[in-house]
Write a protein that binds this ligand. Structure first.
Ligand code: ATP
Ligand code: MG
Length: 377
């Protein structure tokens, strides 16, 4: 039994190891069951250790069964070697194993690539699984702050994969799974830059891709383009996953690629999808508010009453200059609006439509005095 994957990599990098994956060589399914391992339903041949709960997979080997990207099959058996199992892994830094005595088995130069800070594919079989494009972009988001970058020849393979339309085989849900993890890494913008550099972003999110410069401004952040600059501010502000999603994906939609279609495809959480749609509706209204009257303020506050704090955060990230001016004003306007007492109007005998109209009139009056006090409008 060997420790494999991220645990070996992270240990060698001196990073904390979160989850440990193991590979078992020379055993059969029956051996595993006899030792008390629990099979994971649907992900043959992976087992859960009865005490530690960690994942143990039987060593697997990939063999070519035909031409093209998907002409391969995966087999398992007691004759599959550790090296064969490591060969089907994505990156050299993920293709090392450690035995029980702490010896590192490293047939593909993973340690050297760790030192050289290279994300490099193990074999040409890399091209057989489009998820690997997303994974390498995600590892860039995680490790580029340590100096890691995509190896030149790997970049070439990625370009070929993107050009061959490999990403069309991916489900939106799978894309979101990787993107969501990337968004919470140290430098999430790398995820998008790496996908853009190989041409994959244009296949996945054409509108976003056209909003990014062809070559990222590595040294010069002013050349990042707005979507990347906004995402960087979201990270600085420790924004939540939902906010980060909205920050970047607002640049992925247009009339031909509507928000509802994007969120349905990616299968993002309902509350994230709702926030996204609200932000896209709120954004133009916010831009107009500085020249708006009390009615415009009231309508904005009323319409978005369920998500005002999040919209405020988004405004701070996406339009900081405007937000600095608007936020205190919106806060005061909201307080003024809430100070109008409905019960008092009801006591005066107002009901139904008349009550609503009078309430709105008084709210706008209260907001107007806030706006006058601030010297606006
Ligand atoms: P993390 O720290 O995010 O868990 P990890 O490298 O451990 O990183 P896992 O998704 O846990 O990633 O996968 C464990 C190992 O399985 C990887 O290190 C890699 O060797 C291999 N692996 C996972 N997914 C793929 C894939 N799509 N193609 C090739 N190898 C993969
Ligand atoms: Mg792992």
């Amino acid at each position: 039994m060997y420790l494999v994957g991220g645990a070996v990599r992270d240990k060698l990098l001196g990073l904390p190891v979160k989850d440990r994956d193991w590979v078992v060589v020379g055993a059969t399914v029956e051996d595993m069951l006899e030792m008390g391992f629990q099979p994971v339903p649907g992900v043959f041949p992976v087992f859960i250790h009865p005490q530690t709960g960690e994942e143990y997979a039987l060593a697997r080997r990939e063999t070519k069964t035909g031409p093209g990207y998907h002409g391969f099959s995966v087999e398992t058996g007691p004759d599959v070697t550790l090296e064969q199992d490591l060969a089907r892994r994505d990156l050299t830094i993920n293709a090392m194993a450690e035995d029980e005595r702490g010896t590192i088995i490293d047939p593909f130069g993973g340690r050297k690539d760790l030192q050289r800070r290279l994300l490099r594919h193990v074999t040409p079989a890399f091209a057989e699984d489009p998820v690997r494009l997303l994974r390498i972009a995600r590892f860039s988001a995680r490790f580029s702050s340590l100096g890691f970058h995509v190896a030149h020849e790997t970049h070439g393979v990625m370009k070929e994969m993107a050009a061959a339309g490999e990403l069309a085989h991916l489900q939106g849900q799978r894309i979101w799974q990787e993107m969501a993890r990337a968004l919470m890494e140290a430098q999430p913008w790398r995820f998008f830059q790496v996908l853009h550099a190989c041409g994959a972003l244009g296949r996945l999110f054409p509108v976003l891709a056209s909003a990014l410069p062809d070559s990222p401004g590595d040294e010069n952040p002013e050349e990042d383009g707005e979507p990347i600059a906004v995402l960087k501010r979201a990270v600085t502000g420790k924004a939540s996953l939902a906010l980060r999603f909205v920050c970047i994906m607002q640049y992925a939609v247009d009339a031909g690629h509507p928000a509802s279609q994007l969120t349905a495809w990616l299968a993002v959480e309902k509350k994230t999808a709702t926030l996204f749609e609200n932000w896209l509706l709120a954004r133009p209204l916010l831009l107009d508010l500085p020249k708006g009257n009390a009615r415009a303020y009231r309508q904005y506050l009323q319409r978005f009453r369920h998500c005002l704090p999040q919209l405020g955060q988004l405004a701070q990230i996406c339009m900081p200059h405007l937000a600095e001016q608007l936020s205190p004003l919106l806060e005061q306007a909201r307080a003024a609006m809430l100070s109008v007492d409905v019960a008092e109007l009801q006591e005066q005998g107002l009901q139904g439509r008349f009550l609503g109209e009078e309430l709105r009139r008084r709210q706008e009056q209260a907001i107007a005095s806030v706006l006058r006090g601030s010297g606006e409008n």
